[in-house]
Ligand binder design. Structure first.
Ligand SMILES: *Cc1c(COP(=O)(O)O)cnc(C)c1O
Length: 395
């Protein structure tokens, strides 16, 4: 059986988790901070906040940016529903905008048209997605965001290790916080770095970082300088002028959640992260081989191709008879997958007013797309088998 994606757990991973389990902490302990630091270094950002999953990362990001009832936020329909849902968790309104059919990413020109069509202040933020592992050009989105006073959350779940090249010819890593206010990652087993469940928020903004730490743990703070109640109240009896807050004292100042990560998952994350570059290198090899094998084939309407900085979470091809190919591959135990059913056509979003033909490019893409097996432990032989089966279906 060949799935479309698969985690890779090594003996070192198992040892790392076992060691963490023998330590003093099960949930929030020192390994989390270690993982956060290693992740910041890998991505090239200042701060990382580990949370229980990618969806929690999106929810906390929306909260930290103060998304409120009725706030309009723009995102792509070709993504996992969580990219949009985080806005709904906060009572905001999701405004989908169509994709660029060449890159499959949120089309910056379409977003600009949308912004131009309404008075400034209508929209609050944009959530671009590094879909399939291809980095969004965030420099272009930042320019728009600055002009219209918007924040940006980069959904980089598909793209740790991906990058785009900016106008100064600099590599800009996905999630590095140079253009987006916040970026989020997932450590679900099909993603590049797997910890079972898990997520990360990255940023260069210290204020947002501190807010996220609080929101991750119930909105509780232990920072004496920010306490709102008096020392006398905290102590519970009359105090002299020099009295300080007692050791047990803490304050819940905002409504937060329990979105904590665990120490043993962080141990797994650190171990996985140490192989991340190797994983990307292998994914690129696989992508190059797919690209070469399918270039010029008349049954291919489009494909992910070989693109600099692409992290290749997915390798997508577009074909005319997608249904036939999907079933044929399954008959041969190749479990290709479809990414994604356009989010705006999920019954939940249809009930909010979205309809067919609203996003013609995304909908056309959905009719033909199929994600072929792509993961570092896919062998050359297995990949050749996949390529042969795709070719033989169309012959
Ligand atoms: C996986 C994924 C998420 C959600 O991550 P979870 O860890 O599964 O909650 C969000 N956005 C995208 C694009 C994803 O692929």
């Amino acid at each position: 059986m060949i799935p479309y994606g698969k985690q890779n757990i090594t003996e070192e991973d198992i040892q790392a988790v076992a060691k963490a389990l023998k330590g003093d902490f099960l949930t929030q302990g020192p390994t989390i901070l270690e993982f956060e630091k290693a992740f910041s270094e890998y991505i090239g950002c200042k701060y990382s906040v580990a949370v229980s999953n990618g969806t929690a990362a999106l929810h906390l990001s929306a909260l930290a940016l103060d998304v409120k009832e009725g706030d309009k936020v723009i995102t792509t329909p070709i993504t996992f529903a969580a990219s949009a849902n985080c806005v709904r968790y906060c009572g905001g309104e999701v405004v989908f905008s169509d994709i660029d059919p060449d890159t499959y990413l949120l089309d910056v020109k379409a977003v600009e048209e949308l912004l131009k069509a309404s008075p400034k202040g209508t929209y609050k933020g944009i959530i671009p997605v590094d879909f399939a592992g291809r980095a969004v050009n965030l420099e272009a989105f930042r320019r728009l965001a600055d002009e219209y006073g918007l924040w940006i959350i980069e959904d980089a779940c598909h793209a740790p290790g991906g990058y785009f090249v900016d106008s100064q010819n600099q590599k800009q890593n996905c999630g590095n916080g140079n253009f987006a206010d916040l970026a989020i990652f997932s450590f679900h087993p099909v993603k590049h770095i797997a910890t079972g469940e898990g997520g990360m928020i990255t940023t260069n903004d210290e204020k947002l970082y501190k807010k996220l730490l609080e929101l991750r743990t119930h909105g509780i703070t232990r920072d004496t300088a920010s306490f709102k109640n008096t020392v006398e109240f905290a102590v519970g009896q009359e105090v002299n002028a020099a009295a300080t807050y007692p050791g047990w004292y803490m304050e819940m100042q905002t409504l937060g959640y329990n979105y904590r990560f665990t120490d043993f998952q962080a141990a797994l994350g650190i171990s996985q992260l140490s192989r991340a570059d190797k994983g990307i290198a292998r994914r690129k090899e696989i992508a190059a081989k797919y690209n070469d094998s399918f270039s010029g084939k008349n049954f291919i309407k489009g494909q992910s191709g070989f693109v600099e900085g692409h992290a290749y979470h997915l390798y997508v091809i577009e074909v005319e008879d997608r249904m036939g190919l999907y079933n044929y591959l399954r008959e041969h135990k190749i479990f290709a997958q479809i990414h994604y059913i356009p989010c705006h056509l999920m019954p939940y979003y249809k009930a909010l007013g979205w309809n067919e033909n609203d996003m013609p490019k995304a909908e056309a893409y959905y009719k033909h797309c199929i994600s072929l097996p792509m993961y570092p432990t896919l062998t050359d032989q297995e990949q050749q088998f996949v390529i042969d089966k795709v070719n033989s279906y169309f012959q």
